[in-house]
Design a protein around this ligand. Sequence first.
Ligand code: HEM
Length: 535
Amino acid sequence: MSEHTNEQSKNQDLEQFRKEPGELLTTNEGVKVNNTNDSLKTGTRGPSLLEDFHLLEKNAHFNRERIPERVVHARGVGAHGYFQPYESLKELTKAKFLQDPSVKTPVFVRFSTVAGFRGSADAVRDVRGFAVKFYTEDGNYDLVGNNIPVFFIQDAMKFPDLIHAVKPEPHNEMPQASTAHDNFWDFVSLMPESMHMIMWVLSDRTIPRSYRMMQGFGIHTFRFVNEQGKARFVKFHWKPLLGIHSMVFDEIQTLGGKDPDFHRRDLLEAIEMGDYPEYELGVQIVEEEDEFKFDFDILDSTKIIPEELVPIKPIGKMVLNRVPDNFFAETEQVAFQPTNVVPGIDFSDDPLLQGRIFAYPDTQRHRLGTANFESLPINRPVCPVHNDQRDGFSQYNIYTSKVNYSPNSLGGGCPMASPENMGAFVHYAEKLGGRKVRERSESFSDHFSQATLFLNSMSKAEKEHLVKAAHFELGKVMNKEVKERVVGLFNHIDHEFATLVAAGLGLEAPAKELIPNHGKSSPALSMENQPKDSI
Ligand code: HEM
């Protein structure tokens, strides 16, 4: 009998005795309870008795019901659904879930705000998380994105600083969920690389009408790898089929107070009524030989690849059609990780992405309290999991094999797949080399051109909203120097915009000068002129 069959049969030995959950109240050990209203006492007036295991268990469990909330994106709402490709993408990727247009892959999605606590209001000015877990036959693939196509920082080294600055100030834990405070704007004023993202943050994109009407972006450049081993760069885009809609700031202010659950309710009610939210997935593909043809670096997460340069190719549709049965077990315990890739999809060298590969499973071992969090029902892959990892807090599987190491000569164990015929994940054999340095590439140094591009793409009304948002958010900043520094950075984006913001804040208009960095853009990248370290 093989080890696997043996394990199954041993587990079944116990399974055959298990009963469906009954109707009567029991303890966690399955003992029926006759009274859950009164504790066991000496006489009706007590004192209570320590042997009252029902009282002890009921309270002990309750005492442990809270787990740490996510360190960011603590407030969210989840939904189940499926993804279906429009056509086979086998020319581009060998990812199984993108091969056959008749195959629906189950997904779980979690939308979130970033800065607020788990109990904070939905309707606030904030970036929104857009995380999708695809349960594919080759393992879980997670696309953990946001509703903004760029990010605040270029390197994961700055993430703890960014989040310390975004979250409430440490001495008084204020304000609860807002960009409006000194620490955040102080950080921003000293981080010119955040300027492109800040323009998006002040735009109407951070006050979405509904999670059903919001775009999603993978942000980083990733890789698609096909069966022949050919790789191409790829950026992911989700487009809501209902269109992109925002609220106006006054609306969101009122809603935050009147209905703190507005976005959560909107999503769940729509699904319950059969009005299923749908999103189209699109990709921008860049050939490897074109890596250096842009005047920005495609590894820089503060940059988009303009659609005029690389159009978006729609590749499939996601439909959200089922609400979770239990918020905690599913939406709270779901563990998305950019780390989760499948054969056919691989990382790029984006230094922000590289840091994320570590951060998510690390925080989840802490947040969910066990190295076995991947066995929780919402995280468990739909394909077999077979390895020698054992033990740890809350091990859900009963392993029966005698050996749990490799190599072994005693039978059992886990033979390894060969990449050719058994679909193993093989990291893309990117050619690497260069000096070991703690430096940033020159090609990441233009922080303003795309911010200007974004501003120029706006209608008059959108620009007015942007200026008003800057007045509101920066108006809450007490430190004058911080405000002046931010206006100074805005001046690199657009003089008129900076002047309007300064006027609303009671500051002097910045001088109209030739901006040293702006317009210069990064040294044009080409095969001849690529960053020296990247060769
Ligand atoms: C959580 C997006 C950058 C660390 C999340 C979530 C999203 C997200 C959507 C919530 C996932 C959920 O719903 O459970 C992004 C995007 C980024 C980014 C789009 C940049 C492009 C980073 C970086 C780090 C980081 C650079 C750290 C180096 C975390 C952590 C969590 C988180 C620790 C909590 C995860 C958990 O507790 O399950 N992020 N993030 N993120 N992110 Fe990021």
